[in-house]
Design a protein around this ligand. Structure first.
Ligand code: F6P
Length: 545
């Protein structure tokens, strides 16, 4: 296999794109009855159909050529090996090690990473078992009925999304709550429903310095101390963090702390002790299956050739749509109510990872990087924003995600759900042209004047790309594989865009300014140091507070 330079590979794709822009998906399907078989594949229990994208085998070859030119395979191997690929933070990126089976050898800076990971997992499983079985008692001897995870970003989105996705597998006697926002309405609403005697707080923060989490945790502790004593805190507060000193200073015994490591990025941390709420919900066996599903996708990503590699294909088709066909956002449409938070989860995973404007060596990029990621469950989205997907002026590729078998037994719902899912990708792909609309209106015996007036409104341009990802059923294992699929998609795209997917400096400026404004809001002096808008807004708030 001859690998060309990145610029040669990109030029070849640009030339190819000049031709591809005239293709119509409905013609591509009409010409090739094997298109579905050609552009679909199975891996780690997931099925991906990417045939409804504007591409041919040549496109796939050229896209894989681009991936090779950017040495995606070597970059992937460096990540799995534990090289410090997060250059700005000088850290390894090893979320894959969190789901490697016991005994997988990986030594980083003299530490047996696999042994450390499994030692913490054992503690997480044992603790989850004590709470689930009722053996862990609150300060008045009652069993725990409610668990509140206090965390934000990766310390919230992953556990919350996964607990919701796997609610059919959860222990019904344990209620899980997630509080993230510094807005007191979030915590206030949760506390109003809780009894301190039967509530366990999980304070989840990699750094244990995040302002929102620290404020919420402090308020929760004060709420608890109205009922219990400081000595009772140990039965009601546990921490998940990399920062033992800060956990201790907060008042949580480090015996009740579940550690993880700096080589786990926040948005990649659901596999670590940050997944404690999920382990509490679905138990050790379920959590182990979740890890195993992700590991199966890791093995596929490491070993399959690029042309048959699901994360690589998902990533490269995304790059085709973004950098060559010019789409600026992607919509995520899970046709599964239990995946209602999946788009929010992917927003952080994709946008915080690849929402970057400079290359790894700091050069300003000329090409577009991460598209905006957004979405909601089908069929709800169909009655809200799908109008724009079908007839708006922007072409927005969609990822449809569905499980073939439901986790409920209600008759009639699953065929209706799947019919809608498949109909939407067909409609986006085919569209409806002027001849088809005219024939339809004529069949309704409309006058020529009415037909002329209605016709442009009823045309669907079609040729709008989508992927469909099918799961046999939403289970701990298939959810693990699905998340890992997107993690590796993000990795491949970051490798080709040549950005550091594992830092997040873009969140810092707002944090610093908020600290300053917070002190101005509570102080006596009128703010002077900002622009007139910010000064004015602060003054208005000061007058109201
Ligand atoms: O501000 C962004 C961020 O650092 C995310 O990357 C992270 O997931 C989140 O904040 C929470 O961080 P922590 O777990 O350290 O509280």
């Amino acid at each position: 296999m001859i690998t060309s330079s990145p610029s040669h590979a990109a030029t070849a794709l640009q030339d190819h794109c000049a031709i591809a822009q005239s293709w119509q998906l409905r013609d591509l399907f009409a010409r090739d009855t094997q298109r579905f078989q050609q552009f679909s594949l199975e891996a780690a229990g997931l099925f991906l159909d990417y045939s409804k994208n504007i591409l041919t085998q040549d496109t796939v070859q050229l896209l894989c050529g681009l991936a090779r030119a950017y040495k995606v395979e070597a970059q992937r191997d460096a990540m799995f090996r534990g090289d410090k690929i997060n250059l700005t933070e000088k850290r390894a990126v090893l979320h894959t090690a969190l789901r490697a089976p016991r005994g997988t050898k990986l030594v980083i800076e003299g530490r047996d990473v696999n042994a450390d990971v499994h030692a913490v997992l054992e503690r997480v499983y044992a603790f989850a078992e004590r709470v689930r079985s009722g053996a862990w008692l609150g300060f008045t001897g009652k069993t725990i009925t409610d668990v509140v995870n206090i965390g934000i970003g990766g310390s919230d989105l992953g556990p919350e999304m996964a607990c919701h996705a796997l609610r059919s597998y959860a222990q019904p006697t344990l209620n899980l709550h997630f509080v993230a926002n510094v807005d007191g309405h979030d915590l206030d609403a949760a506390l109003a429903r809780l009894n301190p005697e039967t509530t366990l707080f999980v304070i989840a923060s990699k750094t244990f310095t995040t302002a929102e989490t620290m404020l919420n945790a402090g308020t929760a502790r004060n709420w608890f101390l109205k009922a219990g004593s400081t000595a009772d805190l140990a039965r009601h507060f546990v921490a998940v963090s990399t920062n033992a000193t800060a956990v201790s200073a907060f008042g949580i015994d480090t015996a009740n702390m579940f550690p993880f490591w700096d080589w786990v990025g926040g948005r990649y941390s659901i596999w670590s002790a940050i997944g404690l709420p999920l382990a509490l919900a679905i138990g050790a066996e379920g959590f182990a299956a979740f890890l195993a599903g992700a590991h199966a996708m890791d093995e596929h990503f490491r070993n399959a050739p690029l042309e048959q590699n699901m994360p690589v294909l998902l990533a490269m088709v995304g790059i085709w749509n973004r950098n060559y066909l010019g789409s600026s956002s992607i919509s995520i449409a899970p046709y599964h109510q239990d995946l209602s938070q999946f788009a929010d989860y992917l927003q952080q995973l994709e946008m915080e990872s690849n929402g970057k404007r400079v290359t790894r060596d700091g050069t300003v990029l000329n090409e577009a990087t991460c598209p905006a990621v957004w979405g909601n469950v089908g069929t709800n989205g169909q009655h809200a924003y799908f109008q724009l997907l079908h007839q708006g002026t922007d072409v927005i590729p969609v990822d449809f995600i569905a499980a073939l078998k439901p986790n409920h037994a209600l008759p009639g719902h699953q065929p209706a759900l799947l019919a809608n899912c498949f109909a939407q990708s067909e409609a986006l792909m085919r569209g409806k042209n002027a001849d088809e609309v005219r024939a339809e209106l004529q069949a309704q015996s409309l006058s020529e004047t009415d037909i002329a007036a209605l016709l442009p409104h009823k045309i669907f341009p079609g040729n709008r790309p989508s992927n469909t990802i099918l799961l046999e059923r939403l289970t701990p294992a298939s959810l693990g594989a699905l998340i890992a699929l997107y993690e590796h998609k993000v990795f491949v795209q970051g490798a080709v865009w040549n950005v550091n997917s594992f830092d997040q400096w873009g969140v810092e400026l707002g944090k610093v300014l908020a600290k300053r404004i917070e002190s101005e809001l509570s102080g006596d002096a009128q703010p002077q140091a900002h622009d007139s808008s910010t000064n004015g807004l602060i003054a208005k708030a000061k007058a109201a507070l």
